[in-house]
Design a protein around this ligand. Structure first.
Ligand SMILES: *Cc1c(COP(=O)(O)O)cnc(C)c1O
Length: 410
């Protein structure tokens, strides 16, 4: 595969023009959209309009007149299209961690006779911590059972209240079979909660077709909602009447502006709101989602797979002799939209690579992660990134002393 061939692939890319919607400096190849998606021009425009017109001139009237109060639900409905959910099943609020807490506690209390929250050991730490925190809070002999991936199915016994899994693994990019595992959990009488942080905007999703009960995910990764963007949660229509949020905030009340002294949960998904939505952040997320909704999703997923296939092929061709190996699944149907590359000097190599304008990230002990975001990554970016990776290692540039020092955020 030559660089010229990549240029031709970009010319033929039906999503090629989408890149112009994003703010990306010429000297930068951005392959970290799985940690923080890029800024889009529509997001700038929408945040500016919110600041100047809606807040600046509209003031408090904008809660009604600019539709601020409906934003969590409205943006949730837009997101539902990307998740394969129905309108009214998704709401945008809080952080992924807080939403996990709401759904873990709500689900545990739907199966009081079953003490176990089942998950896998390799999952993202905040998911493990929140499950442990919910068990600690609710007591009653509850426990978190975190098992290796290969033991998940056999661990689904009559004691499991909830199976909680990250759909696409944040390190390796491994993607679970959502449909099969959801079915297995239901067969065992358990509910299922999927964390979609590395899935939405990265891979096809159809929560309804997979009969998923619960899900959460991030707004700031592939969705491009901005640093610390509001997160989302999904509760399947059939669970909505019986399940409750443990956080009885006034925004989740059946009628917040009655100012009643007693709590009554709102209808459906509305009860999972807690406090006032952060409108500046909501505006950025909504603009970013509108971009997503303007593209053909099948085309986006196809491009994601083609980009990651190209990266793997180039790393195999040019990196194997330099100690690189691909740590992600090679089958694109069990892989998300990032590729993890293993190298014993991964941390220093990534620092040297970032200094040369190729931005990815590092996860211990030895994984470099490169995300292939279909809306703004070009095929030629992948070629250039691998070229610089090879250059940094072949020329031993990563041995420069500053790169050995760990930064606070990797
Ligand atoms: C990124 C990520 C989170 C982040 O949670 P925050 O509350 O936004 O910090 C949670 N879970 C998974 C699986 C993630 O990848």
């Amino acid at each position: 595969m030559t660089r010229d061939a990549c240029v031709l692939l970009d010319r033929a890319d039906p999503l090629g023009a989408m890149r112009d919607q994003f703010v990306l400096d010429d000297g930068v190849i951005y392959l970290d959209g799985n940690s923080l998606g890029a800024l889009s021009h529509p997001a700038i425009k929408q945040v500016r309009a919110l600041l100047e017109a809606e807040w600046g001139r509209g003031l408090i009237r904008s809660w009604n007149e600019a539709g601020w109060i409906d934003a969590p639900r409205r943006i949730g409905d837009k997101l539902a299209a990307l998740l394969g959910a129905d309108p009214g099943e998704v709401i945008v609020a809080d952080s992924t961690s807080v939403n996990l807490f709401k759904l873990l506690a709500g689900a545990a209390r739907l199966r009081p006779e079953r003490p176990v929250i089942l998950t896998e050991v390799e999952t993202f730490p905040t998911d493990l911590y929140l499950a442990a925190g919910v068990v600690d809070l609710l007591g009653g002999g509850r426990e978190v059972r975190a098992v290796p991936r290969t033991e998940l199915r056999e661990s689904l016994d009559g004691r499991v209240a909830l199976l909680m899994l990250t759909h696409v693994d944040y390190c390796s990019g491994y993607m679970h079979d959502m449909r099969a595992l959801t079915e297995a959990a239901h067969h065992a009488g358990a509910l299922v909660l999927w964390d979609l942080s590395h899935s939405a905007g990265a891979v096809p999703l159809n929560l309804n077709a997979c009969a998923v009960d619960l899900a959460v995910g991030c707004g700031y990764k592939y969705l491009n909602g901005g640093p610390g963007a509001p997160a989302y949660l999904y509760v399947s229509r059939h669970l909505q009447p019986e399940m409750r949020s443990p956080l009885w905030g006034w925004m989740g009340h059946a009628s917040p502006f009655d100012f009643s002294p007693t709590y009554a949960p709102g209808d459906g998904i509305a009860r999972y709101l807690c406090g006032t939505p952060p409108m500046l952040a909501m505006a950025a997320l909504e603009a970013a989602l509108d971009l997503w909704l303007s593209v053909d999703l099948e085309t986006a997923w196809r491009k994601s797979r083609a980009l990651s296939e190209l990266l793997i092929r180039l790393v195999d061709e040019r990196g194997a002799d330099l100690g690189f190996s691909v740590a992600s699944p090679r089958d694109p149907w069990v892989r998300g939209s990032h590729v993890a590359i293993r190298h014993p000097e991964g941390y220093r190599i990534m620092r040297a690579l970032i200094a040369r304008g190729v931005i990815g990230d590092f996860r211990p002990p030895d994984l470099m992660r490169l995300a292939l975001t279909p809306l703004y990554t070009r095929f030629v970016d992948v070629w250039d990134a691998v070229d610089r990776l090879v250059e940094v290692v072949a020329g031993r540039a990563y041995e420069a002393p500053p790169y050995a020092q760990r930064l606070a955020v990797t």
